[in-house]
Design a protein around this ligand. Structure first.
Ligand code: BTN
Length: 252
């Protein structure tokens, strides 16, 4: 994949800009980064706060050639790439299905994958928001959110750290995207993700769907990346990554 990065001082959303570029025919590998977002978007229609120079706001255009049923695995692949990047910075991250990256049970990074059609075919935009400084989120979120500043003893200047993060992240996205694109790559991604997540098995979680809330015990992933749950009555329920819903551990 040929990588090129465009850096902006300010954007509404790096995902919105990447979607626009993808529709205009931008090639796979174009990355959009911004020092600040005025309308950063999270999953389920939430806003993603992005204070100037306090976090990584990064989106990459992918044009996957994998079977449609495996497209949800792009999200898991991206989670693996972020997890690996944080490990390489000496941190000890965890992944909560489907794509929250946690440190010490607090969220440090969120991933929003969106698709669009274009003349070049389907494009997937992977947007990554990572807290570098704690000023990236409001004080009332300190119980549930964290930052590299909080979790690392490193004195590296935030802008140097951001450049390091971007280059390690791009290398990891390229690596794991390549793995996903190969024959049986979906199995390798499911296996790798499962090894990195303490949530994959035996965790009691609460699932919030549109109009339904229920609890269950996690029991691994399906080949598509969907989460398997054992419900209190012993039945099995599959939570698709395509569904609008989220899983939260009860104590988070
Ligand atoms: C989540 O809700 O956990 C996902 C948050 C994703 C935020 C990132 S920041 C860069 C990119 N641009 C956006 O507008 N959103 C994503």
């Amino acid at each position: 994949m040929n990588i090129s990065v465009i850096n902006y001082d300010i954007l509404d959303s790096t995902n919105s800009e990447a979607l626009k570029q993808a529709r205009l025919g931008a090639a796979e590998g174009l990355c959009i980064s911004a020092r600040q977002q005025t309308a950063g978007r999270g999953r389920h229609g939430r806003i993603w706060i992005s204070e100037v120079d306090a976090g990584l706001c990064f989106s990459i255009i992918l044009r996957p050639k994998i079977e449609t049923k495996y497209l949800p695995l792009i999200t898991l692949m991206s989670g693996i790439a972020v997890h690996q990047t944080l490990k390489e910075l000496g941190l000890n991250p965890d992944i909560k299905w489907v794509n929250d990256i946690l440190i010490n049970d607090k969220k440090i990074c969120g991933i929003l994958a969106e698709t669009t059609d274009s003349e070049l075919g389907l494009a997937v935009i992977v947007g990554i928001g990572l807290n570098i400084l704690s000023s990236n989120y409001p004080p009332e979120m300190t119980e549930t959110a964290t930052s590299i500043e909080n979790e690392s003893a490193s004195q590296t200047h935030p802008s140097t750290l951001k450049n390091q993060l971007i280059s390690i992240l791009i290398a990891n996205i390229s690596k794991f995207y390549h793995i996903l694109s190969q024959k049986n790559g979906h199995l390798a991604i499911v296996d790798d993700w499962s090894k990195r997540s303490s949530f994959v098995r035996g965790k009691e979680v609460r699932v919030n769907l549109h109009d339904e809330v229920f609890t269950g015990i996690t029991d691994g992933l399906e080949e598509s990346g969907a989460l398997k749950l054992i419900l209190p009555d012993g039945s099995v329920r599959i939570i698709n990554s395509g569904e609008v819903g989220r899983v939260r551990a009860q104590n988070i």
